[in-house]
Design a binder for this molecule. Structure first.
Ligand SMILES: *Cc1c(COP(=O)(O)O)cnc(C)c1O
Length: 363
């Protein structure tokens, strides 16, 4: 039984997987149409010349940019393409040329490699206030704080890599803009998954996660009028991948972006509720958190290597998950968790199988 009304359609658009794939936060399964578009482009590169067919693809890719911008809100200009989310942040920071005295406030779930980029530039980094124990920013406390102090920049990890908590990005942007602080959003786990219309100055992300496009393609978009924008696509690039991303984005729009968000939220809640009584393991997020990233904290006494072993045991038994170590959210993650990130084709029996395997490991 599919949990989502889109399950059957999402499943049929793809090759039959040999695993229960619960790893969209790493990379989703691309549709057959996406893969066909990539391979067709590669064939025509070989047939007629890579630069000739790149020019022919340009108009279509402009359409893809518009489709992505439409998911980011009315004030956003069309994004430029870049290899990855990490490359997007690096390009932005390089373009911006902020001094090493820069202070950046981040969400507590900030992605470790982003923190490393800030540290490399000598920035002072501070986590915004949170009250609920989940690392969710407390906007009332932030409002209060912004009355006495002001960072040079706020960076929001809208949805992190180590847990399914959705940050109140639009509210944070509103508060920041009230005091003239620019806001940049890491939407690597957010785009195609949750509402990304926030009013932020810059939003960047990647193709392969919830949009289910190819690997090696990312994007960075800026608000109209924002001065430190990344202006041009990375020049030597996986054009076939961009073409494939275009197909994936079109497929998402055909389902209806908001309906996909709703379905993924339902899937997350269903999965958490179903796993609530697995012996030993504890669901980290509130059941109703509106995302399809679900993490399980291990039984007492489990170290990081035990979670990795559990992940491996699941994998050899045909269930693909991630062992999410603390580097993914070093400001708040004191433990390694098992991360599940199902897409629209998950079925109730998949979760039952997972629950069964976890229970069996506990003996
Ligand atoms: C995956 C991820 C990134 C990095 O994306 P790349 O495309 O691999 O550079 C950044 N932030 C978050 C929250 C992620 O999950």
């Amino acid at each position: 039984m599919y949990i989502s009304e889109f399950g059957e359609q999402w499943h049929r658009a793809r090759a039959e997987p040999s695993v229960v794939h619960l790893d969209s936060a790493a990379a989703s399964r691309s549709s057959t149409a996406v893969i066909d578009a990539v391979t067709a482009h590669l064939r025509s590169e070989s047939d007629r010349g890579a630069y000739v067919v790149a020019e022919e693809a340009a108009a279509g890719l402009d359409g893809t940019r518009r489709d992505i911008a439409a998911m980011l809100g009315p004030d956003m200009d069309d994004p430029v393409f870049i290899e990855s989310a990490q490359a997007a942040l690096a390009a932005l920071l390089s373009r911006w040329g902020l001094p090493s005295t820069t202070t950046v406030w981040v969400t507590p779930n900030e992605y470790g490699p982003n923190l490393a980029q800030f540290a490399h530039l000598g920035f002072t980094v501070r986590a915004m206030p949170t009250t609920d124990g989940y690392g969710r920013v407390d906007t009332a406390a932030l409002d209060e704080l912004l009355r006495s102090e002001k960072p040079d920049l706020i960076h929001i990890c809208h949805l992190g890599s180590h847990g399914g908590i959705v940050q109140p990005a639009a509210e944070i942007v509103e508060l920041a803009h009230r005091t003239g602080v620019p806001v940049v959003i890491d939407a690597a786990q957010a785009l195609g998954h949750i509402d990304c219309v926030t009013g932020a100055d810059v939003v960047y992300g990647t193709s392969r996660k919830w949009i289910a496009g190819p690997r090696g393609v990312g994007f960075v978009a800026s608000r109209t009028g924002f001065t430190h924008r990344v202006e041009a696509d990375s020049s030597e690039a996986f054009i076939a991948g961009r073409v494939g991303l275009g197909v994936a984005v079109s497929e998402l729009h055909a389902f209806g972006v908001e309906r996909v968000h709703r379905e993924l939220a339902t899937i997350g809640a269903f999965t958490r509720a179903r796993l609530a009584d697995v012996p030993g393991w504890t669901v980290v997020e509130p059941v109703e958190e509106p995302s399809a990233i679900v993490t399980l904290a291990p039984p007492p006494g489990y170290g990081p290597s035990d979670v990795l072993t559990a992940r491996e045991t699941l994998r050899v038994n045909g269930i693909l998950t991630t062992c999410a170590d603390s580097w993914r959210a070093p400001m708040m993650a004191e433990r390694t968790v098992l991360r599940l990130s199902p897409h629209l084709d998950i079925r109730g029996e998949h979760i039952d199988r997972l629950a069964g395997e976890l229970a069996r490991m506990q003996g």
